[in-house]
Design a protein around this ligand. Structure first.
Ligand code: GLY
Length: 300
């Protein structure tokens, strides 16, 4: 199951734009299906799916990342393996094409869970990851979005009405043939954010969480709302305590997000039996899923 961000999506003005999103979601899901069919793990699956979404400029992650208040790209990403609760995350990184891959390196090659900023980039380059020029990220569209937010003296979710285009945080959750669950989330954050601001995406238990005994979760929206409710872990704990399935746990999570902080955004999840669920408090969320090897379903 994958998502491409939540928000107003008012700027999806025509079918052509909508089709562009749905094509990307569908293609990514089919890659994910192939990886699992070939015996790949849920962890490999979510890393590849999020990499593909980071490489697609229509989403707010990797090359499509939005700009902070200084006109710079600072990205966050997190990944978690439900088999053993190992996790890796990076925050406030620049000049990295695929932050989710750097997060996976942190998970696999360090004793730590999270590295930030320059230290994270140095860690990656030591292990052979290439840095990439600023102009890979910076485009006229991102600048226009930033100026729109600055004119209003606010921060914006990439899918809000003021944003001229639609660039959503991305995430993936997967359940493999061995019953393994994994989750990954990656983002450029929110438009016109304070330099150094970190959102929920790399925070284990907030924007990303996986445990084979409960579920895998990825969130999108205003990170501050998800951090304050630790929403991904709250959903997992609900399953742990009540034995609920994905649909009931998702309902609990969205109600909790709304009731506690009037939170803005959405969540995708797969439970320990491979059932998918999604929900959002914003008008829309770009997402899609393949449940138990069935047909691709996707929508807003
Ligand atoms: N949910 C992405 C962010 O707030 O950074």
């Amino acid at each position: 199951m994958i998502h491409g961000g939540a928000g107003d999506l008012a700027s999806i003005k025509n079918n052509r734009t909508a089709i562009r999103y749905l094509e990307s979601i569908r293609t990514t899901l089919e890659y994910g299906r192939e990886i699992l069919a070939m015996g790949g793990s849920a962890l490999e699956c979510v890393e590849v799916c999020v990499t593909l979404l980071e490489d697609d400029p229509v989403f707010n992650a990797g090359c499509g990342s939005v700009l902070n208040a200084q006109g710079k790209v600072e990205m966050d990403a997190g990944i978690m393996n439900g088999a053993d609760l190992t996790a890796g995350a990076v925050a406030s990184v620049s000049n990295i094409a695929n932050p989710v891959q750097l997060a996976r390196l942190v998970m696999a090659e360090s004793e730590h869970v999270m590295l930030v900023g320059k230290g994270a980039i140095e860690f990656g380059t030591k292990l052979g990851m290439k840095t990439i020029e600023d102009n890979y990220f910076h485009t006229e569209t991102r600048l226009k979005q930033l100026h729109a937010a600055q004119d209003k003296n606010t921060t914006l979710l990439d899918h809000e009405a003021l944003a001229d285009d639609k660039f959503g945080t991305v995430g993936a959750v997967a359940w493999d043939y061995g019953g393994g669950l994994a989750a990954a989330t990656s983002t450029g954050g929110i438009i016109n954010k304070q330099a150094g601001r970190v959102g929920d995406s790399p925070i284990i238990g907030a924007g990303v969480y996986a445990d084979n005994e409960t579920c895998a979760v990825s969130a999108t929206g205003y990170g501050e709302d998800f951090m304050r409710t630790v929403i991904a872990k709250a959903i997992a704990d609900y399953i742990e305590i009540t034995g609920a399935d994905a649909t009931a746990a998702l309902r609990f999570g969205i109600d909790y997000l709304r009731r506690k902080v009037n939170g803005r955004g959405g969540v995708i999840m797969i439970d320990r039996k491979g059932y998918c669920a999604s929900g959002f408090t914003t008008k829309k969320m770009i997402h899609g899923w393949i449940e138990h090897g069935g047909e691709v379903s996707c929508g807003f």
